[in-house]
Write a protein that binds this ligand. Structure first.
Ligand code: CTP
Length: 229
C-alpha cells in the first residue's frame, strides 16, 4: 500500500447517484463468416468492476464484448462484438461520472470482411490480411465534450510497466491507469486473480495480488475516493 486510505471499507451508498460506465472483455474482428481475430481477455476484471461499483450504489452500464459471464445483479448490460460496435455503444452510453475501460479492444481490424468463406488457393502457402486501426475508444471518451469526471484506462504490459502505463496516462489524458503485468506467471488474462498498480499524476497505489473481485473492489474504492475529492 503506498497510501493510508487503501483498505478502508466504504458504505453501500458511497456511489449513489453516480453513473459508472464500464467496458469489458475482448472484441472479435470478423475476417469472413466463420473466422475472426480475437484475444484472450475473459472479461472477468471488467465484470468485477461493474459488480463492485453497483455494490456501492452506482447506476452501472456495462458494455461487454463476447464473454461467457453472467450479468452482475442490478447492472445494465449492452452486448457487442467488434471494436466498432463497442465504440458506438460506449459513446452512446455517455454521459457518465466515471468510465472504466477494462476491455481488451482490438487495435486493428480487417480492412474488409469477406462475404464468403475465404478458400485456400492452389499453389499459395500464404494469406495476407490487411488490418486497419480501430478508433481509440478510451482516448475519445477522455477528449469528449461529455467527458466523465473520472476516466480510467487499463494497460497490459509485458515489461517496463510504469513507463508505458504513465505514457498512456498522459497521451490519452486519463485520470487513472490500472496497469498489470501480463505474460509469464504473474497474472492478467484467463486467471481469477490479479495484481494492479494504479498510477495517476503524482501518485500510485498497488492493488492485490488478490482475487479479481477483491482487486476490483479496491479499484472502485479508489474511484469513489477520487470522485469525492
Ligand atoms: N482501448 C480503447 N480502444 C482501442 C484500444 C484500446 O479504448 N481501440 C483502451 C483499452 O480498453 C484500455 C487501454 O485503451 O483501457 C489500453 O491502451 P492501449 O494503448 O490500446 O494498450 P495496448 O493495446 O496494449 O497498446 P500498446 O500496444 O501500444 O501497448
Amino acid at each position: 500500500m503506498s497510501d493510508a486510505s487503501a483498505g478502508k471499507a466504504l458504505a453501500a451508498s458511497t456511489l449513489a447517484g453516480k453513473r459508472v460506465l464500464v467496458s469489458a472483455g475482448p472484441t472479435f474482428e470478423d475476417i469472413d463468416p466463420v473466422r475472426f481475430v480475437g484475444n484472450r481477455s475473459s472479461g472477468k476484471m471488467g465484470f468485477a468492476v461493474a459488480a463492485a461499483a453497483r455494490a456501492l450504489g452506482a447506476e452501472v452500464v456495462l458494455v461487454a464484448g463476447p464473454v461467457h459471464l453472467d450479468t452482475p445483479d442490478g447492472v445494465t448490460r449492452i452486448d457487442v462484438r467488434s471494436a466498432a460496435q463497442m465504440h458506438t455503444a460506449v459513446l452512446g452510453a455517455l454521459p457518465a461520472d466515471a468510465y472504466v475501460a477494462a476491455a481488451a479492444v482490438a487495435d486493428f481490424t480487417p480492412r474488409r470482411v469477406s462475404e464468403h468463406k475465404i478458400k485456400k488457393t492452389a499453389g499459395s502457402d500464404t494469406l495476407v490480411l490487411e488490418l486497419v486501426r480501430t478508433p481509440d475508444i478510451l482516448a475519445e471518451v477522455a477528449a469528449h465534450a461529455r467527458r466523465p469526471a473520472l476516466v480510467v484506462g487499463f494497460a497490459a504490459e509485458t515489461h517496463e510497466v510504469e513507463r508505458y502505463a504513465r505514457g498512456k496516462l498522459a497521451n490519452k489524458r486519463l485520470d487513472l491507469i490500472a496497469a498489470n503485468l501480463v505474460g509469464g506467471a504473474q497474472g492478467g488474462f484467463e486467471r481469477d486473480d490479479n495484481a494492479l498498480v494504479v498510477y495517476w499524476e503524482g501518485g500510485e497505489r498497488q492493488l492485490g495480488p488478490a482475487a479479481k473481485t477483491e482487486v476490483a473492489a479496491q479499484l472502485v474504492q479508489l474511484i469513489a475516493e477520487r470522485l469525492q475529492a
